[in-house]
Design a protein around this ligand. Structure first.
Ligand code: GLP
Length: 261
């Protein structure tokens, strides 16, 4: 796993946007796996700026969703489908046809999960999956003790995650759904490149456990250690718990520029 320590979230966003741009130059129809939350916003902003300046063409790219609330209508402003429409599709000028995601309002949730796995497969799989991390180490909505081999399925959110996400629901935890559909950890590990971005001191413990702790279901992001091409981009505050921080800094400083992330 490569760990890149950046001075701030904006720099992290630009670095990852550049990696996405490199991918799209190689494969203009690449499937980009996108995450919600506040952390990835600098990536989407940097990528949108590159689209506007003509530095990258995203017109043939496809965008795949990581997770979704169960029970919110698709047009609810906080359904992840709506959020990604606002934060990713619109700024990149992409049509809804470019979007792949599970149906969180389906009456048959297991069938919706299976259909999403099949849709990802039919699209050729995810080329680059962008991930955030929960304060408890979750990726997507794979809460602690999720099977490391799990596929897209329904999960129940922890109280902590519902508290963390209440800010998107007028600060009212009662409005935060209990259930979600999430790509499984096994599904996420099938993406060709995993890029996890973590910023801020609140993520330092989860980052340290994921990068330097044992691979364990209790810390879902530790599964990235099993992936042959995983990149963890962290700002100084999120890197604060890493024992190998100096080694990671030196390694990245010495990296040949042509390699990219
Ligand atoms: C939610 C999302 C995750 C995201 C996490 C952290 O739980 N399902 O994909 O990584 O929030 O969000 P933030 O980046 O806002 O801290």
């Amino acid at each position: 796993m490569e760990v890149v320590i950046v001075p701030d979230a904006k720099t992290g966003g630009e670095l990852i946007a550049e990696a996405i741009a490199r991918l799209l130059r190689r494969n203009p129809a690449a499937v980009l796996g996108v995450a919600t939350g506040s952390t990835p916003l600098p990536v989407y902003q940097a990528l949108a700026a590159m689209v506007r300046s003509g530095a990258v063409d995203v017109s043939r790219a496809r965008v795949a969703q990581l997770d979704e609330y169960v029970g919110l209508p698709a047009d609810h402003p906080e359904s992840y489908r709506s959020v990604l429409g606002r934060e990713v599709l619109e700024p990149l000028g992409l049509d809804k046809k470019a979007f792949l995601g599970p149906d969180g309002s389906a009456s048959d949730v297991p069938a919706a999960c299976e259909a999403y796995e099949a849709a990802l497969e039919a699209a050729g799989g995810v080329d680059l999956q962008l991930l955030g991390i929960g304060s408890d180490g979750h990726i997507g909505f794979n809460e602690p003790c999720s099977s490391l081999a799990s596929r897209t399925r329904i999960k129940t959110l922890t109280e902590q995650t519902r508290i963390d996400n209440a800010r998107f629901f007028d600060g009212d935890i009662a409005q935060v759904p209990h259930h979600v559909i999430t790509q499984g950890i096994g599904t996420i590990l099938r993406a060709r490149h995993l890029v996890l971005l973590a910023t801020g001191a609140a993520k330092a413990a989860a980052v340290a456990a994921s990068v330097e702790g044992p691979v364990a279901a209790v810390c879902p992001a530790s599964a990235l250690q099993l992936h042959p091409h995983a990149t963890v981009v962290v700002d100084e505050a999120a890197a604060a718990g890493l024992n190998f921080a100096d080694y990671f800094r030196q390694t990245y400083a010495d990296k040949p520029a042509w390699q990219g992330l």
